[in-house]
Design a protein around this ligand. Sequence first.
Ligand SMILES: Cc1cc2nc3c(=O)[nH]c(=O)nc-3n(C[C@H](O)[C@H](O)[C@H](O)COP(=O)(O)OP(=O)(O)OC[C@H]3O[C@@H](n4cnc5c(N)ncnc54)[C@H](O)[C@@H]3O)c2cc1C
Ligand SMILES: *[C@@H]1O[C@H](CO)[C@@H](O)[C@H](O)[C@H]1NC(C)=O
Length: 432
Amino acid sequence: MPPSKSDPIAIVGAGVFGLSAALQLSSSGYTNISVYERDTQVPARYSAGHDLNKIVRPEYEDPWYTKLTLQAIQGWKTPLFGPHFHQTGFLHLVSGTAPEKATQTLGRFYSSIRDHPTFQKHLIPINSQKDITDIAWQLNGPLPGWNGYFNRLAGYAHSSNALRAVYEAAAARGVKFFLGDDLGKVTGFVYGAGGQKVTGIRTGNGKVVPAALVIVAVGAAAATLIPDAGSQVVAKSWSIGHVKLTDDETSKLRGIPVTYARDLGFLFEPDPKTNLLKICPMGGGYINTDPADGVSYPPKSLAESDGVLPPGDEARMRRLLREALPEFADRPFVEKKLCWFADTSDSEFIVDYVPGTEGSVVLLSGDSGHLFKMFPIVGGWVGRLVEERKQGVERWRWKGGAKKGKWEGDVSWRLGETREFVDIRSPVCAKL
Ligand SMILES: Cc1cc2nc3c(=O)[nH]c(=O)nc-3n(C[C@H](O)[C@H](O)[C@H](O)COP(=O)(O)OP(=O)(O)OC[C@H]3O[C@@H](n4cnc5c(N)ncnc54)[C@H](O)[C@@H]3O)c2cc1C
Ligand SMILES: *[C@@H]1O[C@H](CO)[C@@H](O)[C@H](O)[C@H]1NC(C)=O
């Protein structure tokens, strides 16, 4: 039996999953929804979506996701999401010195749309510097050996603003939000007589709040509330940094496509409000394994991730600029940080009931670094799960048998080694 429309539903975490679930369930008539968020604000600074922008591109190595993203892009064009979606196009490339793995991945992405009717007339193969400057004259660097394709039916979303919009829409529908360490941070669950069914949550101030259904949407922190998730969700981070531009520079770069050289990283059109041009170097990322149990958790405070930009990442970002936008190649990076997400061994999300809780707990996690683009349709998945009481999408089920360990080498679209946070943070903290 699904919960009745007036039953209390507790959603933990106001990120992409939590906010979309709140909006969807309130739209389908649930009247007592509370969202608990540990930060004092939404968009929450702990959220992987607390950022200027995220790529919205439909091509995937797996055509199943291509189809899904095409639905999401329809959602990005609706009144709620439209103001935050910018269809600048996507220049998807590798540099002249890219490893074979990057080139092969790029090829698989391209295949997923090349023969797809939706993309006819919207794809341009890129084989030379001129092919690139024909699309974006502003990319006036040498672009040595850069090749790939341009997809006009893609772009990016202003992610913080999109989170804020959905937060405001949910609040306007009567969803209650509890924020901050005392009222918003969930520290554990309360169990019914049998010891399996969760009947409520406990917040930072020790208060117990009853709930008929608890939806855990805490992203990278999943294992802090559901220890069994630690064998399937790995808290991982990538770095980001920005270049601060002048008004004229921002204006000049207006409309440039999202530009991704897979082996160097990606950059976006600058944000006209802040004049910040964001760059993300990607790579194998950083995990934060607790030696006591072998599980990677996000660091406890924001301060630990702020200002961190490991030297190898900075070097790739500098090279990306030198080859594409050389006038900014030596400008300092600002608002640097590590951004924590919930990685899984197969890059599949987890949208399912937690086994052994008698249907009282749903886990939404395992975003694997590619959920943001789905924001407009994520709520629908949760709505179906709650109404139908079972997950029909096999690939998003609770991954019971997954084992701990270093599996990154198997993920085709990741380049580079995954490293431990502790190994990269020390020199930064010492300010060498
Ligand atoms: C550098 C980087 C680049 C990315 N680029 C892209 C991209 O280009 N395209 C794309 O589609 N996706 C991208 N992503 C992925 C995207 O940001 C994530 O998939 C998405 O934000 C995950 O959403 P979530 O709801 O699972 O988690 P989050 O958005 O992280 O939200 C989790 C929330 O739970 C809260 N929380 C945690 N613990 C508690 C607790 N105990 N009590 C209460 N609240 C709690 C946190 O404060 C946070 O607000 C990127 C991610 C990173 C890190
Ligand atoms: C909503 O749920 C809370 C518990 O989470 C409960 O205290 C409150 O009375 C409920 N409100 C209504 C109107 O039922």
